[in-house]
Design a protein around this ligand. Structure first.
Ligand SMILES: *[C@@H]1O[C@H](CO)[C@@H](O)[C@H](O)[C@H]1NC(C)=O
Ligand SMILES: *[C@@H]1O[C@H](CO)[C@@H](O)[C@H](O)[C@H]1NC(C)=O
Ligand SMILES: *[C@@H]1O[C@H](CO)[C@@H](O)[C@H](O)[C@H]1NC(C)=O
Length: 310
């Protein structure tokens, strides 16, 4: 009895400082059609009403811009207001030097249009996503550390004097990119680090589902060690339900459930902010590698691939 009381108290104390739990949310469906406010709201409501799990009340966006427009505010913002979904904002910074300018235009427009109904929902802002990683690859388009630091300072200037001032500004990248000494000045410029970790993709390491726990925490711990004391948020992780085998990593629902129960459930228990990849990947098409908890179809009609209970 005494133990169960203590466990109950611990559960209450834990919930008081609960981790932020959310999903990564793309701006468009698989067929490249733009998600509208109604689509975003539908996803957010589903995330808040998952069977056998709770607390998934946040979302991470990659861009502030509505897909298919130059700099209109992404309709995920009014959808988040409508559903009381908290927001990790993202500004897409690769591709052209115009990108950050357009992102900042949309960010300012969102503040002006929606005011504190919007800004009160913001838990953080990520300037960029895996840009340093892509920059180190010959055939991919990213940006280097000096450009990224300039963009971070542009974003800080843009939110100064607005209700978003003081919201933590970070950057999302792979841990080996943060580890690269060339990039260490980026860490000085941000308030938190976003860690993306996918044991499935770690083909040069032992990466069976049985190794996944070790791979994930090795990456997370390395990121924490180089974070200069700043918080490390898990901004992307997941295991695919279908797709080709990568080294020893087999994509299926059984392994995706093992990974969810181990990684998602443990992160929540440890109060580490987590943005899962992802709620539903196949919609208006079938993803070749599908990381979704749900298959294609109406999110409130289809069942998740596996039991989400922790
Ligand atoms: C470190 O980062 C620089 C700049 O992006 C890149 O040129 C270099 O290849 C990276 N080194 C490694 C080992 O990835
Ligand atoms: C990660 O760090 C935690 C806490 O220090 C430790 O318990 C765990 O063994 C580490 N895991 C790996 C794979 O390094
Ligand atoms: C929820 O959990 C119960 C008990 O473990 C299980 O019977 C049920 O199938 C689960 N629901 C879903 C949708 O996975």
């Amino acid at each position: 009895m005494r133990f169960s009381t203590l466990a109950g108290l611990a559960a209450v104390a834990g919930s008081a400082s609960a981790a932020i739990q959310g999903f990564n949310t793309g701006a468009f469906f698989l067929d490249q059609s733009a998600k509208k406010q109604v689509d975003f709201a539908y996803e957010f409501r589903r995330a808040q009403n998952l069977p056998n799990t709770s607390g998934w009340t946040s979302t991470r966006l990659y861009t502030m811009i509505q897909w298919g427009t130059a700099s209109d505010v992404i309709e995920a913002i009014p959808a988040a207001i409508e559903t009381k979904t908290s927001l990790l904002l993202g500004l897409w910074t690769s591709g052209s030097s115009q990108a950050i300018t357009n992102e900042i235009t949309a960010l300012k427009a969102a503040i002006n249009t929606y005011g504190t109904a919007f800004t009160d929902l913001v838990v953080g802002i990520s300037v960029g996503s895996e840009d340093l990683y892509r920059d180190s690859k010959p055939d991919e388009i990213g940006i280097g550390p000096a450009t990224l630091i300039d963009y971070i300072s542009q974003v800080r200037n843009a939110i100064a004097g607005t209700p978003l001032e003081g919201k933590p500004v970070g950057h999302v990248d792979t841990y080996d990119s943060f580890l690269n000494g060339t990039n260490s000045a980026v860490i000085d410029a941000i308030d938190w680090l976003g860690f993306d970790g996918y044991p499935y993709w770690e083909s040069n390491n032992a990466n069976s589902i049985g190794d996944a726990h070790e791979r994930f925490w090795e990456g997370y711990n390395k990121t924490l060690a180089l974070s200069k004391g700043k918080p490390v948020w898990v901004t992307e992780t997941g295991w695919p339900v279908s797709g080709p085998t990568q080294n020893q990593a087999v994509a299926n629902a059984e392994n995706a459930q093992i990974y969810w129960q181990d990684i998602a459930c443990n992160l929540v228990a440890q109060n580490i902010n987590i943005f899962w990849y992802t709620l539903q990947e196949s919609q208006m098409g079938q993803a070749a590698i599908d990381f979704g908890l749900f298959p294609a179809g109406d999110l409130f009609q289809v069942e998740p691939y596996f039991n989400l209970a922790c």
